[in-house]
Design a protein around this ligand. Sequence first.
Ligand code: ATP
Ligand code: MN
Ligand code: MN
Length: 296
Amino acid sequence: TIVHATAPKRGSQRVGAVQITHAERELWPGVTKVQLADYWRTVAAVALPGIAGRPLALLRCPEGIEGERFFQKHGSKGMPPSIRDRVAAEGPYLALDIEEGLVACAQMSAIELHVWGSPERDIAHPDHIVFDLDPGERVPFPDVVEAAKEVRARLKKAGLESFCRTTGGKGLHVVASIQHASGWLAVRAFCRHFAATMEADMPERFVSTVPKAKRRGRILVDWLRNGPGATAVASYSPRARPGAPVATPLSWREVTAKLDPLAFTLATVPDRLKRLKANPWQGYGTLRQSIPEETH
Ligand code: ATP
Ligand code: MN
Ligand code: MN
């Protein structure tokens, strides 16, 4: 067989406005680049509100999840036009606005999208906070579920409604929207104090600092996601982990001892969206709430 250098690349396929090269390349075993691109088209409407116009870091896996990977916050050669490259005082970031940008991420083999806690248009003022619950060794998942409910109850006492999402990994995230009044300093102080109080009240269940030895059998209430340039995985982002799990927003009714976070995958989330009667984070976008006065 003669292969001509000028021939169109094998397996190049159009998804919307984006040309996907090596469409058949597997990013996860059995899941191809073009399937990732198609996934983003399917979920774009629900995913974009949490991603568009927000500083991003991308986890790129050019050879799939078993190959080398790197976090990218800067532009690079051959970056598609639908992904913007910016530098703010808080650091460099990438951003996108429309579905085409999501599909372009797939073309770049950018499997995971991680977002800042503030929008580009008001980058010094976070519009949500994230408590990232990270179970230590030997913590059964139902304990993580209980921890998420505990965070929810405590946030409620502080005047904040919150929402839960799977991470596609071992833990859960609890997210509360906040109004733009508070800057990063105040928000960080609130989150640190919130986590430290959980540890002080229930030291056998929770820790609020990273050293791993302390975490055995406990859950780290990781508040460090809440700072300028810090990121958390975006809702609906797939993860570069076995089984193509997806960080999935849940309704609190789904946050039970039976919850299996790895049931939410690239293959299952589109069906879930078809089945759902309401947005699991109903009301998230319209809440008008802020962190308590004394921490401003
Ligand atoms: P899990 O439930 O398994 O903990 P996770 O997404 O919460 O999944 P973490 O390791 O707790 O994973 O990290 C929380 C967030 O911190 C990530 O989603 C990511 O946005 C950010 N993060 C972690 N490691 C890095 C890194 N090396 N570079 C940039 N951001 C990172
Ligand atoms: Mn985590
Ligand atoms: Mn963490």
